[in-house]
Ligand binder design. Structure first.
Ligand code: NDP
Length: 343
């Protein structure tokens, strides 16, 4: 059984690749350059079941055609994780919205053209961002579920990079469901989406922390590396451990009951204050050296500033227990501190 993973070099995808190999799947991954692909193969000790292909830019027309022309007949499962996740742009269409949407459309088009008879399952990595616009994430009288949709339009999401990223996830996910509706008779795959909240947890390979950290992990990294008395932005939202996100990608295609479902991954709500509290309580070497904020004020802050989330349907479908916040943050920060100490 061969699984194709787009964006295999990413924070989440490296865990997915690892879990797939452990489960005995053959994996074909895509990364943006020969150098990145070689680096990944080396990290996995040139595992005989792993190979890599280059997709320089998922926004380019026909970005996945060559790969599916070459390997389409052996690919049964497609996990589409590649999508821009950064806030470092003012050209929201070019850098966030268009690559997210075009990447999703072009991988599905490539399946239709070259692997319509072989691909049985497609899993698209979406986000809690596609459940609600940032402005509505803060409404404490709203409850998000697997049925919720971000109400921003293509235009209204372009107010800042965060809203545009959230829009990019919504429009990409919607493009996938629409594609399936419009091509029901031309393809045979079922579709599931994995919609995680903020993803924390250790990097698959600690040395990934040496070349700049991925966007969600940087929320923890900034606090681990903060100074005593420093003010910090109190991020809030749903969180999930990367090890659970990876597990859910496998369940999404392995469990027949996950077909056609949006799997909303959240263990609980969190805010940055909660991270700071755990860092100060659990790491004696950080005490007195990093930000403290207002210890214990996290739950009250969340009550006022965050919507609720009910993902009981997903929890029932997946049937496994998620990492709790404390273990997730302790494991994330321990790895960051180890890498820092080695430097
Ligand atoms: P990463 O940035 O580590 O992974 C994103 C991957 O997509 C990287 O491999 C990146 O390659 C690739 N990619 C981005 N843009 C392009 C492009 N234009 N062409 C080709 N490849 C591209 O982040 P995560 O692992 O966190 O994200 C993986 C997925 O999970 C994304 O779809 C993201 O939206 C989603 N997600 C993440 C959450 C989180 O908190 N981490 C929460 C919810 C959803 P490169 O690094 O070489 O640019």
């Amino acid at each position: 059984n061969t699984v194709f993973v787009s964006g295999a070099t990413g924070f989440i995808a490296l865990h997915v690749v690892n879990d797939l190999l452990k489960a005995g799947y053959k994996v074909i991954g895509s990364g943006r350059s020969q150098e990145k692909n070689d680096g990944l193969l080396k990290k996995f000790n040139n595992h005989p079941n792993l190979s890599m292909e280059i997709v320089k830019d998922i926004a380019a027309p026909g970005a996945f055609d060559e790969i599916f022309q070459k390997h389409g007949k052996q690919i049964k499962v497609v996990l589409h994780t590649a999508s821009p996740f950064h806030f470092d742009t003012t050209d929201f269409e070019k850098d966030l919205l268009i690559p997210a949407v075009n990447g999703t459309k072009s991988i599905l088009e490539a399946i239709k053209k070259y692997a319509a008879d072989t691909v049985e399952k497609v899993v698209v990595t979406s986000s809690v961002a596609s459940l609600a616009a940032p402005a509505n994430m803060g409404k404490n009288n709203e409850t998000l579920t697997e049925k919720s949709w971000n109400t921003d339009t293509w235009e209204s999401c372009q107010v800042n990079a965060v809203a545009a990223y959230c829009g990019s996830k919504k429009f990409a996910e919607q493009a996938a469901w629409d594609f399936l509706k419009e091509n029901k008779s031309a393809v045979k795959f079922t579709l599931s989406t994995v919609n995680p909240g903020y993803v924390f947890g250790p990097q698959m390979f600690a040395d990934s922390l040496k070349n700049g950290v991925n966007t969600s992990s940087s929320i923890v990294a900034q606090l681990v590396h903060s100074k005593a008395g420093e003010q910090f932005f109190n991020y809030s939202g749903a969180f999930i451990d990367v090890r659970d996100v990876s597990k859910a990608h496998l369940a999404a295609f392995e469990k027949p009951e996950c077909a056609g479902e949006r799997l909303v991954l959240s263990e609980d709500l969190f805010c940055s204050q909660d991270i700071v509290d755990i860092l100060n309580e659990e790491f004696s070497q950080l005490k007195g050296k990093i930000a403290v904020g207002e210890p214990g004020s996290g739950p009250g802050f969340l009550e006022k500033t965050s919507c609720k989330l009910d993902n009981s349907k997903t929890k029932k479908l997946l049937g496994f227990k998620f990492y709790n916040f404390k273990d997730c943050i302790v494991d994330t920060a321990s790895q960051m501190l180890e890498v820092q100490n080695e430097a």
